[in-house]
Design a protein around this ligand. Structure first.
Ligand code: AGP
Length: 362
């Protein structure tokens, strides 16, 4: 559809693609639904997942960050052990593989050379591969045994946004359907919870002024910025920091809250922006403890929390979504904050320096 690749009234593709996330999430629910209204994935794929004694997720960049969250879905719901690997490292440092592995390649473009190199290697070893991609007929799709599509529509901006949340949505559906296939049921209705996520994304996309204000307040002149979180919030922080560094050129890093004291806290200076994610009840106290530690050393904290966990000085409260699906919502303000930070700093949002949309060289 031509309208998919036009900016319309948007100043940048990235902003358009951020705004498309509620629609894409709803489209994914529809695409993976059967006539009875339940979620479904091709039986061959579900069987391949459930036949595996271990799953190896291979990806790069944002898709790797999606893999980290996807591991949680698959392990928690389908109870299959999962390892997540950076493609470029895996190819020369292959771990000892299990007896019946299944490889899942996550790639928006389906053309990432680092991932393809691993696909070629593991096919030579006779293993099966599933590719989760946005591009039908892409190399990684054609060369794998199975494909699941993201249905996100073309993603033009170099910074990946809607592909990430689409990857999470598809991974959650795959994990849930694999769990059902094993006779396990989830403690909640995933279709309903993904619908709630889509609504939350819509609310978040309507809060652009607030995001712009946060970007202005914390990121307009800073040299660096840190993201902290625990559990899945840590993974969302990694994605938030990648977004920020690639389009605003701010030196940004994501850290696990508990690792701060093991070295990174030495980086905190007066005024260092710390974006702290606190969306997970089971680690809420500990991440807030980390915030106190960095504030005591002069950091400027921006706490992003979720409704129900909010405290007085929190900077932004996300609408409530299911705790395990929170990355799908929590990433949206981080995408928008990065967008506005890049805009304020006069950067080329859609085409950041030194980067290509798909990296077709190893
Ligand atoms: C994300 O914003 C990046 N530009 C980049 O990290 C990207 O996710 C990575 O190159 C992987 O691409 P793929 O999903 O098309 O394989």
């Amino acid at each position: 559809d031509a309208s998919d690749i036009e900016k319309g009234t948007y100043p940048h593709y990235m902003l358009k693609e951020i705004d498309e996330q509620p629609l894409v999430t709803r489209r994914i629910i529809e695409k993976y639904r059967n006539e009875d209204g339940g979620l479904t994935v091709d039986a061959e794929i579900v069987n391949a997942v459930n036949a595996a004694d271990r799953i190896y997720i291979i990806a790069a960049g944002t898709s790797y960050h999606a893999g980290l969250v996807g591991k949680q879905f698959i392990e928690n719901w389908a109870k299959i052990p999962v390892e997540v690997h950076i493609a470029s490292e895996f190819s020369y440092n292959m771990p000892l593989l299990s007896e019946n592995p299944l490889f899942i390649f996550i790639s928006q473009s389906g053309e990432t050379a680092d991932s393809r190199a691993v696909l070629v290697q593991i096919k030579e070893l006779g293993h099966k591969a599933l590719t989760i991609t946005n591009v039908q007929g892409s190399t990684l799709s054609r060369e794998a045994d199975y494909t699941l599509l993201l249905h996100a529509g073309p993603e033009i901006a170099v910074a990946s946004t809607k592909a990430y949340t689409a990857q999470l949505a598809v991974l959650s559906i795959l994990a849930a359907v694999a769990a059902y296939g094993k006779g396990r049921s989830l403690e909640f209705d995933l279709t309903k919870e993904l619908g709630i996520v889509a609504n939350a994304m819509e609310v978040l996309c309507d809060q652009k002024e607030e995001m712009e204000a946060i970007a202005r307040e914390y990121l307009s002149t800073t040299r660096n910025a840190f993201f902290i979180g625990r559990s899945v919030d840590y993974y969302v922080g990694l994605e938030g920091s990648l977004k920020l560094k690639e389009i605003s050129y701010i030196q940004a890093e994501g850290f696990a809250g508990g690792e701060l004291k093991h070295g990174t806290i030495a980086l905190i200076e007066n005024g260092t922006p710390i974006i702290a994610l606190a969306t997970q009840e089971h680690v809420n106290l500990s991440i807030r403890g980390n915030v106190k530690e960095v504030v005591a050393r002069g950091a400027n904290p921006c706490i992003i929390t979720m409704k129900g966990l909010e405290e007085e000085d929190d900077r932004f409260v996300l609408p409530s979504v299911h705790e395990q699906l929170s990355p799908l919502a929590a990433v949206v303000p981080l995408q928008l904050i990065s967008y506005y930070a890049a805009l304020h700093r006069g950067c080329d949002v859609d085409k950041p320096r030194n980067l290509a949309k798909s990296v077709t060289v190893e």
